[in-house]
Design a protein around this ligand. Structure first.
Ligand SMILES: [Zn+2]
Length: 351
């Protein structure tokens, strides 16, 4: 197909960071996506509604400056921000967040990834179960970085017990397996009606060999770590099929090149997402399922209602973004920045 028209792309898992890093990375998402779910693992994390509202204000300020530069007028971007679950979160704080329109909770097991030191020490402890009972009543959504503290390749599989337990205990609570990376998790989301998942671009493409199969490549290191070819293939097929239980969540996570060389986990993919997804779906003759994966499933699962339609037209054309972007903290390497992709964004319209 020479022209692809996408409406309201949505990224349900992204790290935008803060301060000068936020300024450097946010415009790539705000231009190409209609909505996104920003992760709260900042330093300090977004642990109450005041912190979330201040972050949202900053996101809107930066978006507005960029939109004016790019001639994108009016409402065209909705940042959703998840509330960070921590041991001191109270029912009252949950209610306040809900009242202010926050409906997604993010759970990190303590220490599981970047800035997860304030995460939950025991996922099934009585205090957390009480909070989740309330979250279920309020119709909130629980997104989980689901990894045990076990052997790195088995962490997600080991955590499926917790997902099963939560799905059974709270049958009306929508629960999301974030950045699904293990093929066994696909069976699990189909077993429970209230269990869903997000999938990243890099877990659709990479295996552990891309990290350690040749010369060590820290730029392909992320959490959860990319796994076997069987896992990668199952994840790719699930995304390509437009499976109604799966939304796109890039988990784009910027670190400076220096930090990556020192071993920081995270892959920064925001600048090339639409071009790369079109290239990948076209290569597998599955373009007809891209709207489900990239927009419609998320709208349904998270009950997202957008008051506008952002329409992105991509044309067949060789496109290479470039290997990095600049930030005040140092350059940030772009995933697939050196690859030659088959589509280029041609026009962005707000209908
Ligand atoms: Zn993440």
């Amino acid at each position: 197909m020479d022209t692809i028209i996408l409406q309201n792309p949505i990224d349900m898992h992204i790290h935008l960071r803060q301060d000068s890093m936020l300024e450097a990375v946010l415009p790539y998402s705000a231009r190409h996506f209609s909505a996104l779910l920003a992760m709260p693992n900042l330093n300090p994390p977004l642990m109450d509604i005041e912190a979330i509202l201040a972050y949202k204000k900053e996101i809107m300020r930066i978006t507005q400056i960029d939109s004016e530069k790019n001639g994108l007028k009016g409402d065209h971007f909705v940042p959703l921000i998840a509330l960070y679950i921590h041991d001191n979160l109270t029912i009252e704080m949950l209610k306040q967040a809900h009242l202010a329109g926050v409906k997604i909770l993010k759970l990190y097991p303590k220490g599981a990834t970047t800035n997860a030191e304030n995460g939950v020490s025991d996922v099934l402890c009585p205090h957390l179960l009480t909070l989740l009972e309330k979250a279920q009543k309020l119709n909130m959504i629980l997104s989980i970085h689901g990894e045990s503290a076990g052997f790195s390749m088995d962490r997600e599989k080991e955590f499926l017990e917790v997902f099963s337990e939560l799905a059974k205990t709270f049958p009306k609570l929508t629960i999301i397996i974030e950045h699904l990376s293990d093929r066994h998790s696909l069976e699990c989301i189909h077993k429970y009606e209230n269990l869903y998942a997000t999938i990243t671009l890099h877990h659709m493409l990479l295996t552990l060999d891309d990290v350690i199969g040749g010369k060590l490549n820290p730029f392909m290191f992320c959490k959860p770590v990319v796994k076997t070819p069987a896992d990668r293939d199952a994840i790719l097929q699930a995304a390509l099929s437009g499976d109604s239980k799966i939304s796109f969540g890039s988990d784009s996570a910027p670190h400076t090149i220096q930090a990556k060389l020192e071993g920081a986990a995270g892959i920064f993919s925001a600048p090339i997402l639409l071009e790369a997804l079109c290239t990948l779906f076209a290569k597998h003759n599955k373009l007809e399922n891209l709207p489900q994966f990239l927009s419609l499933n998320a709208q349904k699962i998270y009950d997202i209602k957008l008051p506008f339609t952002k329409q992105i037209t991509l044309k067949k054309d060789s496109f290479s973004f470039g290997e990095s972007i600049e930030s005040k903290l140092g350059n940030i390497a772009v995933f697939m920045g050196k690859s030659s992709l088959d589509y280029r964004v041609h026009e962005i319209e707000i209908l």
